[in-house]
Design a protein around this ligand. Structure first.
Ligand SMILES: [Zn+2]
Length: 174
């Protein structure tokens, strides 16, 4: 087990450990440090995020209380979805049906069954309805970031401001 010194006078010691006890998730996207608080004795302190590259750590407080933390390094929360959508490319007139399997405020991942040749950095026009009560319609252009078999990950390039805020609400009210 690798020990990580977290401060000159470490209040918390973090070890890599997949055995999860009293897990809390900490959003650390773009952050250099994160605040921790021991729920047992109330001690709080900072830990240096760049020194802790893994996802799960077990933390031991100076009071010997153990708890687990999970670092969420994603900028946006993602939601597993099963939304029918369509996409088209600049060079084709047809709309192709796809299945959006996860969605965030920054992009989405879909599964396709067509045989079109798609490449990283291609731009697609994507349209779908959310599964909220209003069934809001979202339309955007998106840049392909990654392709793995029939899974395609895209990042939004251009989205109407109103649709952007609808998506924000969608994630704000799970
Ligand atoms: Zn403590």
């Amino acid at each position: 087990m690798r020990m990580v010194a977290v401060a000159p006078d470490p209040v918390f010691r973090a070890d890599i450990d997949r055995k999860v006890v009293n897990l809390s998730t900490i959003d650390v996207a773009g952050k250099e440090s994160a605040n921790l608080m021991c729920s047992q004795c109330g001690t709080s302190g900072k830990i240096a995020v760049p020194k802790l590259p893994h996802r799960y750590y077990k933390v031991r407080c100076k009071c010997m209380y153990d708890f687990s933390i999970e670092f969420n390094r994603r900028k946006y929360t993602r939601k597993q979805t099963n939304l029918i959508a369509t996409y088209s490319t600049a060079c084709r007139f047809a709309d192709y049906i796809i299945d959006i399997v996860d969605l965030s405020r920054g992009g989405l991942r879909f599964i396709r069954t067509d045989a079109n040749i798609l490449c990283i950095s291609d731009v697609l026009a994507i349209a779908f309805c959310l599964d909220n009560t209003e069934r809001d319609f979202i339309e955007c252009t998106a840049l392909i970031k990654d392709i793995c078999g029939n899974h395609v990950c895209v990042e939004y390039l251009d989205m109407d401001g109103r649709m952007r805020s609808i998506l924000g609400f969608y994630f704000f009210n799970p």
